[in-house]
Design a protein around this ligand. Structure first.
Ligand code: URA
Ligand code: CA
Length: 435
């Protein structure tokens, strides 16, 4: 087989066989197929697309390029949740203890973040003492004993995806639905869960800005799951505004704790309940979505979810008192209020812009090597639809290094759009896609 023939076949819009796809992916990984050939192929895919069978073959070829995680020693049906990412998206921090508290085993492998704030691991490390260092045996033992554990993801998962994603990034071939779907699903499948719940975000704070593209991505990923025998459900949710009110590592942990106590932002709680219900049904902890929602709401109202969060923190060496006393989290030296420069109804909040502002304050990594400041970030005081008066606080900036402060303050104020007439916020969930 020659790479040039496979590239030509794709360029002509023909369907590649599983062998041809596997030949390309394995050749690319072992260096016998060059970057320029893989780039040409990715561009051909960008224009010609891929069939459902090709997309699932590509996914499995990438899974096979590296290690896969074996969770078979953990009792019960393991359901993994993945979000395509957004701004102020604290769902994992809420969902993990929430669903664990009703009996869904949570075996979370997570990573560090690149972009507006850290990843789940960075956020959890803002809890004093919290450590994700563990052996696989400890991890398995914790999930079996407590129903919940987290550990850092192995670097040896889906090396083909890492290499191809970096290449796509510099060859204008990222925005291809089959390439994105196989990239995300390969990582999820290699991580070993039995079932997968996907939160596909759409709007200006999301990777897929257009709703139609997000729905197509969701369908493509659910179809991959079906073809490879891992039941997958996707929710398409709104990211045209920040989901919660906190953007920043410790601030998001604080918001997650408030949400577990029933006090956090309503949208965040609502999305967690909906995602959690899908997880509970897939894990066979509840027979249907309605009864799953009842169990989850009870867990929030009774303190059961909060107690699971305390336990989760304690078994990872963290100071569980943070759940009762949020001031034990890292605190920024300075708080700066951003006020409304006019009165009116908030008609939009540019989520991505706020994410960039949080990063400029030090909450996120601009490059893989950057250090992050766990204490800093942005807390929003209003959401889309609220009426605010001139001079009212829109947001508080939590600051340690004042270097970018004045520009960030201006940009945060500019991220709010206003209307003279009342505004109806967009729906939180657009669609649920299942097999
Ligand atoms: N996220 C991924 O993991 N892969 C893509 O291709 C795009 C977004
Ligand atoms: Ca995730």
């Amino acid at each position: 087989m020659r790479a040039v023939d496979v590239i030509l076949k794709k360029r002509q819009g023909l369907e590649l066989t599983g062998e041809e796809i596997s030949f390309l992916i394995h050749g690319y990984c072992d260096g016998t197929i060059a970057d320029y050939q893989m780039s040409a192929w990715a561009m051909a895919v960008f224009f010609q697309g891929m069939t459902a069978q090709e997309t699932s073959d590509l996914t499995m070829a990438m899974v096979d390029s590296g290690e896969t995680v074996d969770l078979s020693q953990i009792a019960g049906i393991k359901v993994d949740k993945h979000s395509t990412g957004g701004v102020g998206d604290t769902t994992t921090l809420v969902l993990a203890p929430l669903v664990a508290s009703i009996g869904v085993p949570v075996a979370k492998m997570s990573g560090r973040g690149l972009g507006h704030t850290g990843g789940t691991i960075d956020k959890l490390e803002s809890i004093p003492g919290f450590s994700v260092e563990s052996t696989t045996e400890q991890f398995v033992e914790r999930v079996n004993s407590y129903g919940i554990a987290i550990m850092g993801q192995s670097d040896n998962i889906t090396p083909a995806d890492k290499k191809l994603y970096s290449l796509r990034d510099v060859t204008a071939t990222v925005e291809s639905i089959p390439l994105i779907a196989s990239s995300i699903m390969s990582k999820k499948l290699a991580a070993g869960a039995d079932r997968i719940v996907l939160d596909v975000k759409t709007g200006n704070g999301a990777f897929m800005q257009e709703k139609s593209g997000a729905v197509e991505l969701a369908r493509t990923m659910v179809e991959i799951g079906q073809r490879v025998g891992k039941q997958t459900i996707a929710i398409v949710s709104d990211m045209s505004r920040p989901l919660g009110s906190a953007i920043g590592n410790a601030l998001e942990v604080a918001e997650a704790i408030e949400t577990l106590k029933g006090k956090g932002s309503r949208n965040l709680a609502e999305l967690c309940l909906r995602l959690g219900a899908q997880m509970a049904v897939l894990a066979k902890v509840a027979p249907d979505e309605q009864s799953a929602l009842k169990l989850l709401e009870h867990a929030l109202n009774s303190g059961q979810a909060t107690r699971k969060m305390q336990e989760f923190i304690r078994i990872h060496g963290g100071d569980e008192r943070v759940v009762e006393d949020l001031t034990l989290l890292p605190q920024a030296q300075r708080q700066e209020i951003v006020s409304a420069t006019r009165s009116g109804y908030i008609s939009g909040i540019a989520a991505m812009e706020l994410g960039t502002c949080a990063m400029l304050l030090g909450a996120g990594r601009q490059t893989k090597a950057s250090a992050i400041d766990l204490a800093v970030g942005i807390k929003l005081h209003h959401q889309v639809g609220d009426y605010v008066k001139l001079g009212e606080a829109l947001a508080t900036l939590y600051v340690n290094d004042s270097k970018n402060l004045s520009i960030v303050a201006q940009r945060v104020a500019g991220a709010f759009r206003f209307s003279e007439v009342p505004v109806t916020p967009p729906p939180l969930i657009y669609e649920t896609v299942s097999q």
